[in-house]
Ligand binder design. Structure first.
Ligand SMILES: O=C(O)CCC(=O)C(=O)O
Length: 228
């Protein structure tokens, strides 16, 4: 089973952990998201949460720090990454009727460079193609880093985007996820998300980890980093 998981990650660039968080835990996390975002808006204005993204949940909240080190998740990450895994940072990505655009196709690697990182996309609302679930190209991490030609021409963030011609439409798969389910993926995996056309919230948490034995620049966004 463990070898399967490691092998699936090596071949496909992602693995799914169904129901990593219980419905009760998800409810608490969502309430905490609302509390932290409200506090951020009051302290720094609406601009601090534009594009539907806020980076630094674990830095702002003990509950998110705990979530980042959840035992079952740490076990899976150690199988994939190695014994020394470091949590770097997390962000909440909230799509709703005001922030409804899909995230464009990209690899995460150009945003940080250095050693490869492993992100965990956790559904805090049930995510479907109708409200903004992830789409990926399985195995695309094996293509290596692809020069990103596209920029933020629509004002929706994501300064690094893959070009349309690099996306093999026939290979795309959707990754719908019920609340509490987590998707672990490599920072070279091509991914994007659907727009949220439902009019309701679609909140996801993305936590990022690295192999703690690898050197990296001092990332200013990794203010709450710790070994898990
Ligand atoms: O949840 C989403 O819309 C995807 C966000 C994403 O891919 C990212 O922030 O890197």
């Amino acid at each position: 089973m463990d070898r399967d998981l490691k092998q699936q990650f090596a071949e496909q660039g992602y693995v799914i952990i169904e129901n990593l968080f219980s419905l009760e835990e998800v409810k608490e996390l969502k309430a905490e998201v609302a509390r932290v975002l409200e506090q951020v808006k009051q302290e720094r204005g609406e601009g601090a949460v534009k594009h539907g993204v806020y980076v630094g949940m674990a830095a702002a909240s003990g509950l998110f720090k705990q979530a980042a080190a959840k035992a079952e998740l740490a076990k899976v990450l150690k199988k994939i990454v190695g014994d020394q895994v470091t949590f770097l940072s997390d962000k909440v990505v909230f799509k709703d009727s005001r922030v409804d655009f899909g995230s464009p196709w990209h690899q995460d690697y150009p945003y940080w460079e250095g050693s490869h990182k492993y992100s965990v996309w956790i559904a805090l609302d049930d995510a479907t193609p109708d409200n903004g679930c992830l789409k990926i190209l399985p195995g695309s991490h094996l293509k290596g880093f692809l020069h990103h030609g596209g920029g933020d021409h629509d004002g929706n963030g994501f300064s690094s985007r893959l070009k349309d011609e690099n996306i093999e439409q026939s290979q795309i798969i959707d990754l719908p996820a019920s609340r509490g389910t987590a998707i672990v993926f490599h920072d070279l995996l091509f991914h994007s998300s659907y727009p949220n056309r439902s009019g309701k919230d679609r909140v996801a948490l993305i936590s990022t980890y690295k192999d703690g034995t690898q050197d990296d620049p001092d990332y200013e966004w990794a203010i709450a980093a710790f070994p898990i």
